[in-house]
Design a protein around this ligand. Structure first.
Ligand SMILES: *Cc1c(COP(=O)(O)O)cnc(C)c1O
Length: 376
């Protein structure tokens, strides 16, 4: 008998539970005759702002553009200058860094904590004097925000920007500059991605920026729309980075279900944490109460190739997020000599388990048993 298969992520299955509503939403947009902006966008932006505790949300074409727009707007407003240093985690998805360099800003790579895999906030202070901003990334859905980060930012006047692409619905353990704990409202502005595999996924590319700064929100909205503040009047050399109304319509449906999606991911993480006992793997930190939204459930092991081969033979698909850190990508060869041993060790040892909407708690328990059977 061939073993049961445990797909890493099956987007078809996770979309199927919304299929009726998504088709109705698509039909609504088709019949509306309005294909740029409009009520679907307004509804989504309102719902996202409310969910994050921000005053404003601006839909964008994708998550990378959301980040690019934040930096570009800060340059337009004179709050950042070309060449300014931006503290970024060395252990992140490359899009975080691409946004910094695209804006002509200088990434200052900071090593992660071995416990959280997020930027080690105790290292911020030693880089703060050469930085004007910090881009905190809530990697795998775990908030990267604490008193140490906040104090360093306040003391050195650093602008806090969040890359919230992986952490919609998460909460930090301390309140940010707006007095809220929800990721997406902790700093001056936050970027969201609704890439299909993210916790809330569009059926294509989509993203958003949230902020409670009116001037910044207006600037970003203008930049998404050729830099125009009103029709045929261009105050910035902008882009076309708008959110499509059909994606906004889909996202309006998905966003309503975010709490259930997060509960499901937390239940899977708890199941893995409870059942996995194999000393050859290190489990991710599980705190109580659980503030992480588990975009990925990421183990570490020194025997990754053998582990993945074994799991695949047992029908369990895994993935790696991310095998090559940004500073070792060919496009960033000038940063390759940087001493970032913790980042590199993490890249060589991480492995992501199935943890999405198509994986059940029973699956997670079965996968755990399979993992416990791994030996050298
Ligand atoms: C997905 C992602 C992005 C980019 O979002 P896109 O919508 O794919 O452009 C940025 N940062 C992080 C951490 C991501 O995971």
């Amino acid at each position: 008998m061939s073993p049961k298969r445990y797909p890493f992520l099956d987007l078809g299955i996770s979309t199927a539970q919304y299929a009726m509503e998504l088709k109705e939403a698509a039909a609504r947009v088709i019949d509306s005759g309005r294909y740029i902006g409009g009520t679907e966008n307004e509804a989504f932006e309102g719902a996202l702002a409310a969910n994050t505790g921000s005053l404003y949300a601006v839909g964008t074409s994708n998550g990378l553009d959301a980040l690019r727009l934040i930096f570009r707007a800060l340059l337009e407003l004179g709050r950042l200058q070309p060449g300014d240093g931006v503290i970024v985690p060395a252990n992140t998805y490359i899009a975080s860094v691409l946004a910094v360099t695209d804006a002509g800003l200088r990434p200052i790579f900071v090593e992660p904590s071995e416990v959280t895999l997020n930027l080690d906030t105790s290292l911020i202070a030693r880089h703060a004097s050469e930085a004007k901003a910090i881009l905190t990334v809530h990697l795998y859905g775990r908030p990267c925000f604490d008193e140490v980060l906040l104090e360093a930012a306040v003391k050195h006047g650093l602008i806090i920007i969040e890359d919230n692409a992986q952490a919609i619905g998460a909460d930090a353990s301390v309140a940010g500059i707006n007095g809220t704990t929800r990721t997406g409202s902790l700093g001056l502005a936050a970027a969201f991605s609704f890439y299909p595999t993210k916790n809330i996924g569009a059926l294509g590319d989509a993203g958003a920026v949230t902020t409670s700064d009116r001037e910044l929100a207006d600037t970003i909205r203008a930049l998404t729309n050729y830099g125009s503040d009103r029709r045929y009047h261009n105050i910035y050399r902008g882009f076309n980075c708008r959110l499509d109304p059909i994606q906004a319509a889909f996202l309006n449906i998905k966003l309503q279900n975010i709490d259930a999606e997060t509960r499901h991911r937390r239940a899977l993480a708890a199941t893995y944490d409870q059942h996995i006992t194999n000393p050859l793997v290190i489990k991710p930190l599980l705190q109580s109460p659980d503030k992480c939204v588990w975009h990925q459930y990421v183990l570490r092991t020194d025997h990754r190739d053998a582990f993945r081969t074994y799991l695949l033979e047992q029908g369990v698909e895994t993935d790696i997020h991310y095998a090559t850190p940004p500073h070792l990508q060919p496009c960033y060869s000038e940063y390759a000599p940087l001493p970032l041993p913790i980042t590199e060790r993490i890249a060589n040892t991480v492995v992501s388990l199935p943890a999405g909407p198509g994986t059940s708690a029973a699956d997670a328990a079965e996968i755990s048993d399979i993992i416990n059977g791994f030996e050298l």
